[in-house]
Design a binder for this molecule. Sequence first.
Ligand SMILES: Nc1ncnc2c1ncn2[C@@H]1O[C@H](COP(=O)(O)OP(=O)(O)O)[C@@H](O)[C@H]1O
Ligand SMILES: [Mg+2]
Length: 227
Amino acid sequence: MQAPFLRLNGVAKRYLRPDAPAVEVLRRVDLDVAAGESVAIVGPSGSGKTTLLQLIGLLDLPDEGEVSFAGQDVATLAEGPRQLLRNEYIGFVFQLHHLLPQLTVLENVLVPAWATGCTAAHQERAQELLARVGLAERSEHRPAQLSGGERQRVALVRALLLRPALLLADEPTGSLDHAGAADLAELLVELNQTEKLTMITVTHSRELAACMSRSLLLQDGVLRQSA
Ligand SMILES: Nc1ncnc2c1ncn2[C@@H]1O[C@H](COP(=O)(O)OP(=O)(O)O)[C@@H](O)[C@H]1O
Ligand SMILES: [Mg+2]
């Protein structure tokens, strides 16, 4: 049998604090995600959703358990190869877009290409994605000249520039109004289907969660099927 695209097995994570008991955030998280799946993670504030996404996104390592991509346990990778894996496979969208205010939309979208050098192919991909999310006419605008929903779409395009296999989104509609959230949800579903993009979305929005192929609840340090 082929290894799943992503597997978390018995993942535990605690934060140590000086002069206070450690915060046990994740106790035993198990999760298998197949390529092309879309998964929503819901849970109360402080339940560890961001922590979990950071472990999946290789921004941090678990204290116990395994995080593996296609059967490869990431803990066995050195920092260099792990960074490479992150850059090549994973795109991030955060609740707040984190766009750079002094750059244009197009320049913001091209930031992930700086590490390796921005090519004509990157420019083309950026323009194509901006057109796809309805922002072709906005490429020379600055973030401050856009609506919240438009900024979040720019952040999504930036996350997709390097063609990640996995998109991680941390409350991507958290700062949007109802219409903006609905638009972004629709866009995520379309990308999941047309780009065969695997996605994991942390969200408080029932609507967004309902758009994903399944929904999981993080509570008391474990992940379970959401009602
Ligand atoms: N770097 C950190 N150091 C100490 N505690 C942290 C750190 N990051 C998060 N926490 C704590 O871990 C718990 C889970 O945080 P988080 O993963 O951000 O939850 P969520 O995203 O579900 O709101 C919270 O109690 C938070 O205060
Ligand atoms: Mg969070």
